[in-house]
Design a protein around this ligand. Structure first.
Ligand SMILES: [Zn+2]
Length: 628
């Protein structure tokens, strides 16, 4: 029977009102045969038709039975979306909240229906809702046992069940966050994965947020010419717009200059006039430093003793940024009262100002707390601070807030091969805290290592975006077992060792803010753990029972080949050739060429040369001596 599903705890169960004695379990398929059909309306929205095809495909894999998709009700059927029969069964999808759904059995019939936007229609917030599709994914996970563990073909895990019996079902469910974005992409393989896990941006989320560094947008570089006084004063000189180019960060304004505010607001409103359908527009500062040092601008800076702000020298730039946001927002509100302006609270403007000036009601701010990037929340001081920070902004913004997260992120611009853990303690801290305050817009950065060590992190994050209070440990344990088979136990130990070592490193190095595998981190975390990781990994691999389990493990192991080579190049290994992950330089070159298009080790379609450069620096031990 179905495995124990952690999210069952948080799903509203109303089945108790149905007498189990009165209704029998439904025999959906027997020995690979079925009389059941999949029924949807011939004019159902594309998302419902997509759900019908996916239901058919996965049921065929699980049971062997090809259930036909029909547009007329059958005696035994799985009915999808809003139909007269569904309404007769008591499911009123039109009354449901966006993205919500209901699954219900009645006699030999299963009804799965949710709130769906018709093709071309949008919700009040300008997004789309695919409730029925969500319901079908829930059905496949919960009652058929399907899992999408990682992107790509190896990620799908559908257990064989030639005879599939369904219990009496009556559930309603929907997401905890209306806007669930995850940034991953690798040659398109992540698109279907995100769709299965019900995260954007395959489809527009209900709340469409627009937030990005936007000071160089709206044709500003051209408009600023002839106004040197509008640019930031740095080291006594105005930065020159002529020197600025798109790849460069940090084009900053003198935001206390009224003319600049007027120019920026007008530039923005000209764009708004050109795109009347766009609801939200970003006005967030450029990334990086280069803030204006003029007297009026610096007068707005405030002392800030929040622990995390030590990154920025105990001074906060929040008041100057929010003052600018407010000034632009007032101008826009006068002409476009329905438009929403998006902004960041980030870097030196992460922490709230002590100034009690209200923040304009047409602003929606995304908190991207840079001090928490890259696992720093393993530090007790910051872990205690985070809920206070969320509360402080929530009090000022009254719900008009979203979260941008890099707290469990490792940038992979330097492909070292060092595996990182999912950061379970951090996920457990942040998701419930954000959900409790009712924040709806979530943007979670995911690991680019989509089929190697990063896939567990991505899976947990996607699940938590749906239900913030889901049991992280139970989800992780299930994922390890489903992905790696019996060796999931050993791999769980590998991840736990990495969590412990990384946590200890972050606690011991509170002023190290890097969120990529820098040599100092790898030397402190991965170098001492490598022999133990190797033993556990090889034990796990020896226990693999299926090709899929073996392949998924190897995609983790590919990283250790890369890491062994890099540590050898850095001169950190006394006897590198004793490791099973050792490759001679010639073999390593072949390995890299074979894996250059693999999501198991790379960032995006990286060229082999990137991997063939040592990423941890060079050291005294000459690799040639051990090469054959
Ligand atoms: Zn200034």
């Amino acid at each position: 029977m179905p495995r124990i599903l952690p999210f069952a705890l948080v799903v509203l169960l109303i089945s108790s009102v149905v007498s189990r004695g009165a209704e029998e379990d439904i025999l959906l398929t027997k020995d690979g045969h079925s009389t059941c059909v999949i029924y949807d309306d011939a004019h159902a929205p594309a998302s419902v038709q997509e759900a019908a095809k996916e239901l058919q495909r996965v049921l065929k894999i699980a049971t062997g039975a090809p259930l036909p998709i029909v547009h007329a009700p059958g005696e035994a059927m799985i009915a999808l979306g809003d139909t007269p029969e569904t309404r007769q069964a008591g499911i009123e999808s039109a009354r449901m909240a966006d993205e919500h759904f209901e699954i219900k059995t009645q006699g030999k019939q299963v009804f799965i229906a949710g709130r769906d936007t018709k093709d071309g229609e949008v919700t009040q917030e300008g997004g789309v809702t695919d409730g029925t599709y969500n319901g079908v994914m829930e059905f496949l996970e919960r009652y058929v046992g399907a899992r999408w563990l990682m992107p790509g073909g190896w990620g799908e895990d559908v257990p064989a069940r030639p005879t599939l019996t369904l219990p009496v079902i009556a559930i309603q469910d929907g997401p905890d966050f209306a806007s669930r974005s995850m940034t991953i992409s690798f040659g398109g393989v992540s698109g279907p994965w995100r769709r299965h896990l019900r995260v954007a941006p395959n489809r527009q989320p209900i709340i469409r947020t627009e937030f990005n560094h936007a000071w160089d947008k709206y044709d500003m570089p051209a408009r600023l010419k002839g106004h040197p006084e509008y640019m930031a004063l740095v080291h006594g000189e105005r930065t020159k717009i002529e020197d600025w180019h798109p790849e460069m960060q940090g084009m900053k304004f003198c935001t206390t200059n009224e003319g600049l505010i007027e120019l920026y607001a007008n530039a923005l409103m000209e764009e708004m006039a050109k795109k009347p359908a766009q609801q939200m527009w970003s006005i967030a500062p450029s990334d990086g430093g280069g803030w204006c040092e003029c007297e009026k601008c610096t007068a707005l800076d405030e002392p800030c003793d929040w622990p995390g702000n030590r990154m920025y020298g105990k001074t906060s730039k929040t008041r100057r940024v929010v003052t600018f946001y407010n000034a632009v927002a007032r101008r826009v509100k006068a002409r476009y009262p329905d438009k929403v302006l998006g902004g960041y609270l980030y870097a030196a403007y992460t922490y709230p100002s002590v100034d009690a000036t209200p923040i304009e009601s047409n602003l929606f701010l995304m908190l991207a707390s840079r001090p928490y990037y890259g696992f720093t929340l393993y530090q007790d001081e910051l872990a205690k601070e985070a809920p206070r920070l969320i509360d402080a902004w929530d009090g000022k913004m009254k719900g008009r807030m979203g979260w941008v997260d890099y707290s469990t992120y490792v940038g992979l611009k330097t492909p070292v091969g060092a595996p990182y853990p999912p950061g379970k303690a951090i996920l457990k801290l942040l998701f419930p805290a954000l959900h409790q305050r009712g924040w709806q817009a979530m943007y979670w950065s995911s690991s680019f290592n989509v089929q190697g060590w990063g896939s567990l992190h991505n899976y947990l994050t996607a699940k938590l975006l749906w239900h913030a209070d889901a049991d992280v440990d139970a989800l992780a344990a299930e994922w390890l077992e489903r992905a790696y088979g019996p060796g999931g136990v050993q791999m769980g130990q590998v991840y736990d060792l990495l969590e412990q070592k990384l946590a200890a490193y972050k606690q011991a190095n509170p002023k190290e803010y890097q969120y990529r595998a820098i040599p100092e981190q790898v030397k402190a975390i991965h170098l001492p753990l490598f022999p133990q990781m190797e033993v556990l990994y090889r034990e796990a691999l020896a226990k693999a029972q299926t090709d899929a389990q073996r392949r998924r493990l190897e995609m983790f192991g590919d990283n250790l080949v890369l890491l062994n080579w890099n540590m050898r190049q850095a001169g950190w290994l006394e006897k590198p050739e004793t490791s099973a992950f050792y490759r001679s330089d010639a073999d390593f070159k072949t390995f890299v060429e074979q894996h250059s298009a693999s999501p198991s080790i790379s960032t995006t379609n990286a060229k082999p040369e990137i991997y063939l450069k040592p990423q941890l620096g060079t050291g005294p031990s000459a690799p040639a001596a051990v090469d054959k």
